[in-house]
Design a protein around this ligand. Structure first.
Ligand SMILES: [Zn+2]
Length: 253
């Protein structure tokens, strides 16, 4: 059975509203990812993760609808130095995502999960979450496959530093999802992460070192096996969140 929102007719969508289904909105972006990955890398990961979660949720008996992936979003200027980013400014992006959430709520949906698959979107999606909660008393959720697989990734990655943009995690994911779109002949470690790991997180990562090829990480360690392992992990962890979210019905007045 299909779990795609866009393939339903309206009476079918109404049935999902009655079942208090979870609506999943995969959010990616389009931006340069070095010389070896396609510009739609984040959108491909978002789409794939939405498909995996949709299938796993259905198998777990959770009613879900997966929406079309958001392919365009906000990227910082450093990424836009290279071609490949049809950029959406932060406020336009937030308004667009807010409007989708608001429309779903007006249809009657109460549980919405945004899949956060692009680093620059974290705070923007969470701002929308707060605004929606404040206006509608509806509590949406964001899930990031990178965060949900971080523990496993830390155990199995070979790069001593790790990935922020186009390195081992993302390259491995695309090697698993779309191997034909990865160009290993162009793998390079010139932009391996050199900055002190204590600074990552509290400081906006893109400013911490100079990038030559548009990467912030080292793809040379990447394997399709690692990509599969982290996406499997993110799916298992993600369904645990969906299960708890679906089962939870209490909220403030
Ligand atoms: Zn990316």
């Amino acid at each position: 059975m299909s779990f795609y929102f866009g393939e339903k007719n309206w009476p079918q969508i109404e049935e999902y509203v009655k079942k208090n289904a979870i609506v999943i909105l995969p959010v990616g972006t389009t931006e340069e990812h070095g010389h070896h990955l396609p510009v739609e890398t984040d959108a491909m990961i978002a789409r794939y993760y939405g498909d995996r979660l949709g299938a796993a949720a259905e198998e777990a008996g959770i009613p879900v609808l997966v929406m079309q992936t958001i392919n365009f979003g906000f990227s910082m200027g450093i990424v836009r130095k290279w071609p490949g980013c049809p950029n959406i400014n932060t406020r336009t992006f937030m308004d667009y995502i807010y409007d989708i959430n608001e429309s779903l709520i007006k249809m009657g949906f109460k549980k919405i999960v945004m899949l956060d698959c692009h680093g620059n979107h974290d705070c923007l999606l969470r701002t929308v979450m707060r605004e929606i909660a404040d206006k509608y008393n509806i509590f949406t959720m964001t899930l990031s496959p990178f965060s949900l697989s971080a523990k496993l990734y830390a155990q199995i990655k070979k790069d001593p530093e790790g990935d922020i943009h186009g390195g081992e995690w993302e390259t491995s994911c695309i090697m698993h999802i779309h191997p034909e779109l990865v160009d290993p002949a162009n793998f390079t470690n010139v932009d391996a992460i050199r900055c002190n790991s204590k600074l990552r997180g509290p400081v906006s990562t893109w400013g911490l070192q100079k990038t030559i090829t548009g990467l912030f990480g080292d793809p040379t360690y990447s394997t399709a096996e690692l990509g599969k392992a982290v996406m499997d992990e993110a799916t298992v962890r993600g369904v645990e969140y969906l299960q708890a979210y679906y089962a939870h019905n209490e909220q403030s007045e």
